[in-house]
Design a protein around this ligand. Structure first.
Ligand SMILES: Nc1ncnc2c1ncn2[C@@H]1O[C@H](COP(=O)(O)OP(=O)(O)OP(=O)(O)O)[C@@H](O)[C@H]1O
Ligand SMILES: [Mg+2]
Length: 266
């Protein structure tokens, strides 16, 4: 379904992503973990074509994603919607208009600027907001919502594109634990109910273990672990996060402390 082959991204001499390869044969929820600077965001951005790869190949159902241009590239970007840590909503715009902007690729810029959206789209946006438990927030300005609510609105905007894949770059890094759980539950539910693939960059091991079917660990641009949550032992975690220069012992243990007592969902 998804084949990533020898993907590399250089910034100057430095490889932010270094010869990354993996295959995904069915829709699943994948967590990418690794410390700051490991290359997680750069990888997601290449997958979505926000950043160009220096070399390598990414195939989605046999189609070479990295060579798409123009209309085909935009269609792919709409097939793999991005969700960001900072939500990236338009703060002063109402919630439902923010969600309708998920159809941007399908409408002219003028219609969008004038907020002239087809009735069907408005109804669909409302249905999606209801589904994610934020329907009542629809008329409010995005900035008036809590972080967790804003992230659900951002996910609703992504769903408006009816994507095959949802790419989430640290979707809960700005949220308190309760909202973090609501947002992760939402992503998991979207995967389970709709069959959409979810690939999420996550800061903590605990979250990756709780929610993902497969975990990929990156370090210095390379994949150093690729397996199930059960295979992610404390030793492996130490390998991913490292304990060397630039990353304190304390931070390493915080990242991996949670591993032993985190229940793994059946
Ligand atoms: N536009 C850029 N120009 C130069 N270097 C970059 C650029 N974007 C990323 N890098 C470098 O590439 C490496 C990987 O960065 P990336 O943002 O992908 O890491 P990350 O794993 O997402 O980290 P974090 O957990 O902090 O978000 C880092 O060394 C970073 O400084
Ligand atoms: Mg990042």
């Amino acid at each position: 379904m998804l084949n990533v082959r020898h993907v590399t991204r250089l910034f100057g001499q430095k490889a932010a992503v270094d010869n990354v390869s993996f295959d995904v044969d069915r829709s699943m929820m994948i967590g990418i973990i690794g410390r700051s600077g490991a290359g997680k965001s750069t990888f997601l951005r290449m997958l979505n074509r926000l950043t160009d790869a220096t070399s390598g190949e990414i195939l989605f159902e046999g189609r070479d994603v990295l060579s798409l241009r123009g209309k085909d590239k935009r269609a792919w970007q709409s097939d793999c919607a991005m969700v960001f840590q900072q939500f990236n909503l338009v703060p002063r715009m109402d919630v439902v208009s923010n969600v309708l902007h998920g159809t941007l690729n399908r409408h002219s810029a003028l219609r969008t600027a004038l907020n002239l959206f087809p009735r069907d789209d408005i109804e669909r946006a409302m249905d999606i907001l209801d589904r994610l438990g934020v329907g009542e927030q629809a008329p409010k300005r995005a900035e008036a919502l809590s972080g967790g609510q804003q992230q659900r609105v951002a996910i609703a905007r992504a769903l408006m594109q009816d994507p095959r894949v949802i790419l989430a770059d640290e979707p809960i890094a700005s949220l308190d634990p309760m909202n973090a759980q609501i947002v992760m539950d939402t992503l998991r539910r979207i995967h389970d109910e709709d069959g959409r693939m979810v690939i999420a960059n996550l800061h903590t091991l605990d979250t990756a273990r709780r929610y993902c079917d497969r975990v990929i660990g990156m370090r210095d641009g390379r994949i150093v672990f690729d397996g199930t949550p059960e295979q992610l032992t404390t030793g492996v975690a130490r390998d991913i996060y490292g304990a060397d220069e630039g990353f304190s012992e304390a931070a390493t243990s915080t990242a991996i402390d949670t591993i032993s007592d985190a229940p793994i969902p059946a």
